[in-house]
Structure formats: C-alpha cells, structure tokens
Design a protein around this ligand. Structure first.
Ligand code: SF4
Length: 353
C-alpha cells in the first residue's frame, strides 16, 4: 500500500469511528488530497453558514486558513471545538490590517467627523476576530465576496460612509458596481497621517478603503485578459473580485468563488473559460468539467501558499488525535471578542440568509 493510500485509509477509518462527533469543512482552495475528506465544501460564506448549522458535531475540523477557523469557532456552540490542521495556515491579506492600526485610523477619522454616526465599519471576513469584534462594537458588519454588495448597500443606507478593510479591491470593485464613482472612494494608507489625505478629502469620501490586497489575485493582469482575447476570441474571462479593478473591468464576469463554480456548472459543453482565481480551484474545475475548456487566466498558476500548508499528513494527525482523546490545534477566541464579533457576523448572516 502506498503511503498516501495508507493515510487516506487511516483518515476514512478515523472518520467512520468518530461518526457524527466529527464534521470536516473544506475551502475550495484546499489541495485535492485534503478536500476529498470534507463533509462540506464551500467558500467563506457557505462554510460560515455550515459551521453555524452543524450542531451535532463535537469537533469541527476546518481545512482552510486561520481566520476561517476562528469564524467557525465564534459561530460554534459551547459544546463544540474547532481545530485547524496546521496553525501556520494564516492569510496574508487578513494580516494586512490589525486592531491597533484600524483603531488608530478610526481615531484619526473621529478628529474630522462624528464616526459613530457617519462611518460604518465593514470588515471582509478575511480578517482577525478582533477586527470583526471592532465592527460589532461600532455598529458595523462582516461581509464575504458573495454578499459584499448587499452588505455595503445596507451599510450605506444606515450611515453616509463606509470604512472597508482589509481588501481594497473587493471594496472598490463592489462599490463601483453599485454605481459609486471612484472620486467618492479613498484609499486609506495606515502608515500615513489621515491615511495620506487631508480632512476635506476624508469628509468627501463615501467609501474609505484599507490599503490591503491578496497576492494570489494580484497576480492577474490586464495583459493576461488581452492575450486570451486575442488568442481565443470566444473565451469567457471570469475573475474573483479580489483582482484589481483593471482586471475586473476587462473581464466578462466577476464574482465570488461560489459564483465562479456555479457559472461553470451551469454552462453547456464546449464553453471556454479563463479563470482568475486560486489554481487549486481552477484545476479541480478542469478535472470535473472535461466537457468544457478551462484554463487559468495567468500563464503561471496562482496558488495560495497558506491554503496549501494543510496537507493530508496534518489532517491525519488531527483526526487520529481525536481518536486518542487528544485535541490538537484547537482554535479559541477570547469570550468578549467572540461576543462582539458574533454581533457583526450575525448582522451579515441576516443580510445573506
Ligand atoms: S487566496 Fe488570498 S485571501 Fe484567500 S487565503 Fe490565500 S492569501 Fe488569503
């Protein structure tokens, strides 16, 4: 028996023994060797809903990155424990905003306006629990790439401005799609006083975007779109909204991971796609839809190294640990942070329910 088959067998046996006590959640960007064991696959929003629903499980193993496991831990019930197979699996985008810098920015904004009544903080789910808590404490919300437009629309009916972190591109692409002109958006650079702007510019802005980005989606460029259009005029370009505005504007469609999957699944045989998102997902779509022509938008596959840190060995280690009564890599969130973050997450789940 090969080493991989032996690991697969051990995980299957451990899962069978643990039965309903265990549920494994897997993000679409996970390696094939890992995601094959997921009881539920999804993007951040689907998995957040799923984490909130699987009451029977005592253990939730989250095959994704740290902020996702933290979100699951916040939404879990008190009898449940969330485990992350590799604690090194963080999200570089999430790490671009921290509580100290966000609070500092909020304090600077409060010098030029009444922030509690005039600015709604909205954090992308790709953020640490204490930033979600910050939003909960200041009347704000969480969003994912699936529901960003609904969340931003609601936020702007409640307050005249949104402070959106940490992904500038999701914020800009979403606001632009909602018809907000670029002149009413402002890029907040946390390294500079007032984010690099004067007081009047801050007061004029409707959407204040944190200077963060995802390196996986930053690797797609307008030249890639142009090259495919020239080479294959009938190919459809579909990209994730974490790509830059220049790429999103040139693409035929932009949407969340769930949206990209749905579009491919709904399309007739022979459809041609160049997809601008993480390569594990593109590769899986290629394998699952041989009747369509599917390629990565960029010539070099763009992998998320953090998602790739979780291996089948890590999963086996954590699942078998449970059989021996050992809880390996539990994810905990301090109770007062979890309570406030839950408020912001619940507001989002209501919007997207
Ligand atoms: S793909 Fe980008 S946003 Fe998603 S986990 Fe990786 S670095 Fe973070």
């Amino acid at each position: 028996m090969s080493a991989v088959i032996e690991l697969e067998t051990r995980i299957e046996e451990a899962k069978a023994t643990l039965g309903q006590d265990l549920v494994i959640l897997g993000h679409h960007y996970q390696r094939d060797e890992v995601i094959q064991f997921a009881d539920f696959r999804g993007d951040s929003l689907t998995l957040a809903h799923q984490a909130a629903k699987c009451h029977q499980a005592k253990y939730i193993i989250f095959c994704g990155v740290h902020f996702m496991a933290e979100t699951a831990a916040i939404l879990a019930q008190s009898h449940q424990t969330v485990l992350l197979p590799n604690l090194e699996a963080g999200c570089p985008l999430a790490d671009m905003a921290d509580l100290f810098l966000v609070e500092h920015g909020w304090a600077e904004m409060s010098e030029v306006m009444d922030v509690e009544n005039e600015v709604m903080p909205v954090t992308y789910v790709n953020s640490a629990a204490d930033l979600k808590a910050f939003c909960g404490q200041h009347g704000g919300m969480v969003c994912t790439s699936s529901n960003a437009e609904n969340v931003l629309s609601l936020a702007l009916t409640q307050r005249p401005r949104v402070f959106f972190f940490p992904d500038q591109h999701l914020g800009r692409n979403t606001a632009k799609r909602m018809g907000i002109p670029l002149e009413e958006m402002l890029l907040w650079d946390p390294r500079q006083r007032y984010g690099g702007h004067d007081e009047r510019a801050i007061q004029r802005a409707r959407v204040i975007l944190w200077r963060g980005w995802c390196y996986v989606h930053h690797r797609f460029h307008p030249e890639h779109v142009m090259a495919w259009r020239e080479q294959m005029p009938d190919i459809r370009i579909i990209v994730h909204p974490e790509c830059t505005m220049e790429v999103v504007d040139l693409a035929d469609e932009a949407g969340s991971t769930a949206y990209i999957i749905r579009r491919v699944e709904e399309s007739p045989p022979g459809t041609k796609w160049a997809i601008g998102t993480e390569f594990n997902l593109v590769n899986r779509l290629q394998n699952e839809h041989p009747e369509q022509y599917i390629v990565s938008l960029s010539p070099e596959p763009s992998y998320c190294r953090s998602m790739g840190l979780i291996t089948i060995d890590d999963l086996a280690h954590v699942v078998e640990g449970l059989l021996e009564g050992k809880v390996i890599n539990p994810i905990t969130v301090r109770p007062h942070v979890a309570r406030a973050a839950r408020v912001a997450l619940d507001r989002m789940l209501e919007v997207s329910a």
